[in-house]
Design a protein around this ligand. Structure first.
Ligand SMILES: Nc1ncnc2c1ncn2[C@@H]1O[C@H](COP(=O)(O)OP(=O)(O)OP(=O)(O)O)[C@@H](O)[C@H]1O
Length: 614
């Protein structure tokens, strides 16, 4: 099936979510996506927190009762006015009071333990789900997008930012409900005790809200900067460590230490700024708390002199105020933690809302199994900065054919390879596999037909067998063995553990040539009709190269192969050679006819292939 006319434009554009990232929107979304499922646990935790708050709020009241009872027993105090224990004798109150205090602390302790367990479970389950969703999203993003940031930056976002969210959820779940309820409970107790004294304290409370929320808004901005900077720092460290071979051999340790040192200093400054912003909250609340206590003492003196309040009432009041101050301070600190969490959430949502331009179109068509014919028709590709990658490239690679791409550095050879599995989409023109426009078939089915072996073999920290069978869990050990044999991996038998030997991080326990052959075995096992090779033999010695070339030849004879070639031996074997320059095909043909043409190919053959024609 050949599709040439399409109603909608094929180059999809990135869309960003128009929803503004206000606190309310972020929280609403967080709740509906990741928290709602744990609503029952959260409701239970809230109920337990209410018990904790009620138990806390009863302390000052109990203190007041017991102190007044003790004062009466000593005969020094006026009878109490409004006592719930009023019908009991002071002696009974003096005995029951301490027991009630023990009961209240027991209830509070048990409720606190159960609610802490529940909230931790909810917070950890929500943040784990965020990480899973974020990683799945990262994997689906465009190749070009992922290449534009160091992978360390993604890792930092993935691992560091989540801590801010986890901390915010935990603190919010553990202390927000508890502190708010305690505050409400304490205020109720204060009003019931002496509403006029309560009024003196309550006037102070709103004074705290303004400065605390202003500091929170500033902190959120700084926190966003700090999170971005943590990602940058991780990127720099990852670059340094990833290129450690070069760093050491070029003696760049000092330079790299300076680069990381600069990023660390910037980080320190941002963290200091955050600490300074957070540090303002406590002193403000401390001063306001002092104002409230001073107000209570001044006013209480008057009330006691008038006989309208007892010493017990005053003690209960002061205890209430201290409890309230503790809750207000905790809520003030919580605001900072929540702002940091919201800023991390905003960054997560920004990534989650990214729409990759390379994605399945609806309805998705499955690419049927075919011989693997590849066709480029007037393919033009422009980079995001507008520069030209490919210009009107047309060719066909027939099944069983090997097509070699040659040309000077930067001519566009790898870009052609990347267009086949849709790592990029053409700006105009068509890339077809077995007659199907690659943009109309599902990415999974398209990529299932393609095996790619690049110059830098990518191995994971697993066994050789696992690396070969990557993505094919059902592959039998015999099939893996056969693929290793076909890729001339005889070195495997010399390894301790054979096929089950660990290759180390990025395959570091193997040589470049060995890594390359394992990657080739992986491609052979996949048994795909299309083979894309980015000069995979360039890292091999002469003997291994001959053996891998033979293996490749056997394997390629029944497949469509496109190879980016730097060696004459590779090019000579190709059925068709495309010579690229500045993104254009400038010559095409086989080796003999291109040599006879006496153009760029001949020049390249003399300059580039001569020294490598082993
Ligand atoms: N993200 C990008 N933005 C702009 N230009 C880019 C980008 N990535 C690559 N290029 C440019 O595209 C051109 C083609 O790159 P490509 O990797 O296809 O060349 P190549 O022929 O495979 O080169 P080599 O043989 O050196 O690997 C190069 O000039 C490169 O600088």
């Amino acid at each position: 099936m050949k599709i040439t006319n399409l109603a909608e434009p094929l180059v999809a554009t990135d869309q960003t979510n128009p929803r503004p990232q206000t606190s309310a929107n972020l929280l609403k979304r967080f709740w509906s996506v990741w928290l709602r499922h744990d609503g029952v646990s959260l409701a239970l935790a809230t109920f337990l927190m209410a018990i904790v708050a009620a138990a806390s709020a009863t302390y000052p009241w109990l203190f007041g009762q017991v102190i007044d009872a003790l004062a009466q027993l000593s005969g020094g105090a006026a009878p109490l006015k409004a006592q719930v224990f009023g019908r009991l004798t002071p002696a009974t109150i003096a005995i029951l009071g301490p027991l009630a205090i023990i009961a209240a602390t027991l209830i509070k302790g048990l409720a606190l333990y159960a609610s802490t367990l529940l909230t931790n479970q909810v917070a950890l389950s929500a943040t784990t789900k965020i990480q899973q969703d974020l990683f799945a999203k990262l994997l689906s993003l465009d190749f070009s997008r992922l290449n534009s940031e160091p992978s360390g930056a993604f890792a930092a976002r993935f691992l560091n930012d989540i801590n801010a969210v986890r901390e915010a959820v935990l603190r919010a779940a553990n202390s927000f409900v508890r502190d708010c309820l305690t505050l409400v409970g304490v205020i109720v107790v204060m009003i019931l005790g002496d509403w006029q004294l309560a009024l003196v304290c309550l006037i102070i409370l709103p004074l705290a809200i303004g400065p605390v929320s202003m500091i929170g808004a500033r902190l959120r901005k700084t926190s966003a900067q700090a999170q971005q900077q943590a990602a940058d720092l991780a990127g720099v460290v990852e670059e340094s460590m990833g290129g450690i071979r070069l760093v050491k051999s070029y003696g760049l340790e000092g330079f790299e230490a300076m680069r990381v040192g600069r990023a660390l200093t910037t980080r320190m400054k941002l963290l200091l700024k955050m600490a300074e912003q957070k540090g303002r909250v406590d002193p403000i609340l401390e001063v306001l708390g002092g104002l409230a206590i001073a107000g209570v003492f001044a006013f209480a003196g008057l009330r006691i002199a008038q006989g309208a309040a007892s010493v017990g009432t005053l003690t209960a009041f002061i205890a209430s105020l201290l409890l309230a101050a503790q809750s207000v301070r905790s809520l003030g600190g919580l605001n900072s933690v929540i702002q940091e969490g919201l800023s991390a959430l905003a960054r997560f949502f920004t990534v989650l809302d990214e729409v990759p331009s390379i994605r399945d179109r609806e309805p998705t068509m499955h690419l049927p199994k075919g011989p693997g014919r590849i066709e480029f028709e007037q393919v033009t590709f422009a980079w995001p900065d507008g520069s030209n990658g490919l210009d009107n490239v047309s060719f066909t690679a027939e099944p069983g054919q090997t097509l070699a791409l040659v040309g000077p550095s930067g001519a566009g050879k790898s870009t052609i390879l990347n267009l086949v599995p849709r790592l990029f989409d053409p700006t105009s023109g068509y890339v077809r596999v077995d007659g199907f426009d690659t943009r109309l078939v599902s990415l999974a089915s398209l990529r299932h037909t393609i095996a790619l072996v690049s110059q830098e073999a990518t191995l994971f920290d697993a066994t050789i067998a696992q690396n070969v069978a990557m993505g094919m869990p059902k592959a039998s050990p015999e099939a893996v063995r056969a693929a290793l044999d076909a890729a001339a991996c005889d070195f495997v038998d010399r390894l301790d553990g054979g096929m089950l030997a660990q290759v180390g991080p990025r395959g570091s326990r193997l040589s470049g040539g060995e890594r390359q052959r394992v990657a080739l075995a992986r491609a052979i096992l996949r048994n795909c009709p299309i083979l894309l090779l980015d000069e995979p033999t360039s890292a091999l010695d002469a003997e291994s190269e001959t053996r891998v070339q033979e293996a490749l030849e056997r394997f390629a004879s029944t497949r469509t192969t496109i190879v980016v070639a730097h060696r004459l031996s590779t090019v000579r074997r190709a059925d068709l050679i495309l010579v690229l320059n500045h993104g254009k095909i400038v010559e095409r043909g086989n080796h003999e006819c291109l040599m006879a043409l006496g153009g760029l190919y001949k020049e390249l053959a003399a300059l580039q292939f001569q020294t490598r024609s082993t």
